[in-house]
Design a protein around this ligand. Sequence first.
Ligand SMILES: *Cc1c(COP(=O)(O)O)cnc(C)c1O
Length: 361
Amino acid sequence: MATNIPAASPIIGDEERAAVDRVMRSGMIAQGPEVAAFEGEFAELAGGVTCVAVNSGTSALHMGLIAAGVRPGDEVIVPSFTFAATGNAVALVGATPVFVDVEEDYFCLDPAAVEAAVTDKTVGIMPVHLYGHPANMAALQQIADKHGLAIYEDAAQAHGAEFDGTRVGSFGKFAAFSLYPTKNMTSGEGGMVSTADEDLARTVRLLRNQGMEKRYENELVGFNTRMTDIHAAIGRVQLGKLDGWTKTRQQNAKFLDENLSGVIVPPVADNATHVYHQYTIRVDAADRDAFVAGLGERGVGSGVYYPIPTHALPSFGLDLDLPTTARVAKEVISLPVHPALQDGDLEKVVAAVNELASAGA
Ligand SMILES: *Cc1c(COP(=O)(O)O)cnc(C)c1O
């Protein structure tokens, strides 16, 4: 009986457990010194800008948009081919997410589609660095500059990815990272806002803490979206391991690139560094479900991210014509690429995919 290879597998070791124990013994478990240290250490990953920790990636997007002044009546251009949290965050501030198409190669916002969607209500563009491949930030920045728009990065899947040698997280007005267990690093649950704008950073610090800096002198109507010191302690250990894990993801991806046949493997733009949150292949839409089932029968876990474009989810219920989004949503399969893979796992993934591809599964 073959052991199953999981599609994702967070690596939680003795150091993470020891860090949690240290915080528990300190008696200071809510937001405190661990969170402050984690924010300082995360800054390098986000291209050297200021970081503010919150309780999830969704909160990071939400708090960031409020702090950026996005309000009801505003439009923010987002990809439809992403996790629902991207569009949700825009809707949660009362603004309108304007869903546009992605480009086929990298599954990220199509600059031409963005340009075509700009109206006099547009205030910003929210690219998603989907699967760990950066969006075309040069083209998007040009459109933003031309129309006086802000960029808000959804970097939830792209810790350490680079475009033109610059880390994602430092391109826009702010960026949001997720620290959910299946992401490239985790704090249990958690998120990080990164920004070069100190006023925006301060507003996020207020918003996460009931609008208070000075205790009981609330300046804003805020939330409780704080990160705990327990979560920050886990995140700090994981941050120290991230570079090694990213290299392993990239090596695993290279092996898959070189050995898979009969499927479309994910290309990487010349000026981009892919951190392979997911390694996503494409197969014929008519074969996709059988392919996923066949992988499962061969002990290979896989995932479909995301089978329904955000605009078409019941929560938005929009009928839009986004042809590339519609097509790739039916073709994508993400294969195991994570650093917890064991010796021989990649060979097994390759054998299963190539067999299914040649059989026209
Ligand atoms: C995971 C994710 C989020 C949300 O992060 P959480 O930490 O789960 O709230 C937002 N956007 C994208 C693209 C994601 O993958």
